[in-house]
Design a protein around this ligand. Sequence first.
Ligand SMILES: [Zn+2]
Ligand SMILES: [Zn+2]
Length: 283
Amino acid sequence: LLDFSSDTMSQSVLQPAWDYLLQHHQAELRSPLFPVVISVSTYLLLVTLYTLLDLLAPSWPALNSYKLHPDRPVTWDNIWTTLYLTAYNHLVYIFPAAVGQWLWRPPIPLPRDAPTLMSFLLGILGCMVVFDFQFYLWHLLHHRVPWLYRTFHAMHHQYLQPFSLVTQYVSAWELISSGFWTTVDPLLLQCHCLTAWGFMVFTICVSTEDHCGYDFPWSLHRLVPFGLWGGPPKHDAHHRMPGTNFAPFFSHWDWLGGTNMVPTPSKDKYVEEGLKGRKDKGA
Ligand SMILES: [Zn+2]
Ligand SMILES: [Zn+2]
């Protein structure tokens, strides 16, 4: 009896949900296609929602007031151009990579036990800290080395005011780099597969939010203290002032590197004047 009660005590709060998934969706979860499917569908769902907001914003003043640039609506031309590259990247790179995984990677063994809530949350946090450092270095390098900037990163900087579809308006090399670390980091930290999927989905939510062009009251950067979390205003500033805010999640590497920049309305005005007529091709 004692054993039984201690077992129940130590059982993860995630166990019932994990048991349900194992019982009803085992085949899908074990498929190497599963991480690709959840990543792509999360991204498409989010950009659909944000794009709907972009289309409604011009005739919905309350919504428009949350925009970082209320005077610059997202145009259909913006949407088609970014949508075209998104479709191209998915068809030419992501879909074949997914088929390759499906053909050559064996099905993933699924553990019986769910991760504890603590190890789930700490695992995601750990992966984020590692990914943040990797992408900070990648990003810094691709701004400081002119050839790397021109060849791989300038494409993403064609938009001075990001909107959600700009998130994956990137070169194949940038897409592959970030996809690689998102896949490898949970393996390096020996996370449970549920934690790995949680990290993937969360990363997509954050990167899409960073580009969405809105600063909502529930945005994470308003909830995390000390300005440690980047958020949409800082990444938006990176698109206008490409020498600032390189890290994807946290601010500590930009603090240490002296590249942290918190945008204020007055600074914005000054910078927008300075960038007028420039297509932001220099690093
Ligand atoms: Zn960006
Ligand atoms: Zn950049």
